[in-house]
Write a protein that binds this ligand. Structure first.
Ligand code: FAD
Ligand code: FES
Ligand code: MG
Length: 277
């Protein structure tokens, strides 16, 4: 059976790892690329980053934060069941240069998306400092895996229960300044990516942001994932999802991502009512 779930593991509250049989994607994907899944026949399509793969198990791994109807449907599935659709690898791979002094920054479930990028920089011979953020100690994920690929790994927690007390950008400013890093990658909530871009403007740092607009088809046809980058209009599913962080219009991205909020909340409510019979 294709798209079969081989393993499932809860990494933190509401954050679940799924390993799925996907022999063709496993062979071709590169760090920074994503898939679009439809968990059940009646589900909508959602993009998820490819986090890891195994040639031996012919599988890929994704890490899902259950925040709405479709992500909840996905994490409710169990090993042995198969995802209805799985398309990929999609998007352009992340920019990975060799011999750089790299800072990789992530917040929340973005930490999972950062792992393959940090690994790729490490394998290309760059020195990697990974700065990761979580709400609290119990929300930290993939710590061991990141330690295996980063030269330096530091955590920031909002409530100070582990590592630096504060957010990832505050952590960055406490350890670095202009010239400390030559290249960087940032992924996570939009306010965090925007703050990282603002904080490092003028540092001489090439900062790449992996952006997360609403995607529908993932093939550049629907226009749903439009992002303004400098003077240009880009489609994150085919031109990205990674762009120059100092040029992305994060305010527009925020507005566009909120466009369906009412319907998303309605879909969740509807889900609960079904549960109540
Ligand atoms: P909803 O309640 O429908 O939506 C909650 C919020 O999620 C929305 O306000 C909107 O901001 C966003 N969203 C909703 N629908 C979509 C959509 N079709 N496409 C993109 N964003 C949407 N999440 C993970 O947990 N793990 C990942 O590895 C991951 N990788 C991503 C890679 C890319 C390239 C992109 C664009 C997004 C990624 N996301 C990832 C975010 C994930 O796609 C959304 O959380 C998910 O689509 C929410 O769907 P929902 O129905 O559960 O929630
Ligand atoms: Fe439709 Fe990108 S998701 S154009
Ligand atoms: Mg949804």
């Amino acid at each position: 059976m294709t798209n079969r779930i081989l393993a499932k593991r809860e990494l933190a509250p509401q954050i679940t790892l799924l390993e799925v049989e996907a022999p063709r994607i496993q062979k071709r994907w590169k760090a920074g690329q994503f898939i679009i899944i439809r968990p059940l026949a009646g589900s909508e399509r959602i993009p998820l980053t490819i986090v890891d793969s195994s040639a031996e198990r012919q599988s890929i791994t994704m890490v899902i934060q259950a925040i709405g109807k479709t992500t909840k449907e996905a994490v409710a599935m169990e090993p042995g069941q198969a995802l209805c659709d799985l398309v990929g690898p999609l998007g352009e791979p992340a920019t990975i240069n060799t011999g750089q002094e790299v800072v990789c920054m992530a917040g929340g479930v973005g930490v999972a998306e950062l792992l393959p990028v940090a690994k790729a920089f490490h394998e290309a011979g760059s020195r990697v400092t990974a700065l990761c953020g979580a709400r609290s100690d119990s929300y930290r994920i993939l710590d061991e895996e990141l330690m295996g690929v980063a030269d330096v790994l530091q955590w920031a927690t909002d409530d100070g229960t582990y590592g630096f007390a504060g957010n990832v950008v505050q952590l960055l400013l406490s350890i670095a300044g202009p010239g400390t890093f030559t290249e960087g990658h940032v992924i996570g909530p939009i306010p965090m990516m925007k703050a990282a871009a603002e904080a490092t403007r003028g540092w001489g740092l090439k900062l790449h942001a992996s952006v997360n607009p609403v995607m529908i088809d993932g093939t550049g046809m629907c226009g749903g994932c439009r992002v303004t980058v400098g003077e240009e209009v880009k489609f994150a599913c085919v031109d990205g999802p990674e762009f120059d962080a100092h040029l992305v219009d994060f305010d527009e991205l925020t507005r566009r991502n909120r466009a369906y909020r009412e319907m998303e909340q309605e879909a969740l409510k509807h889900d609960c009512h079904i549960g109540l019979g």
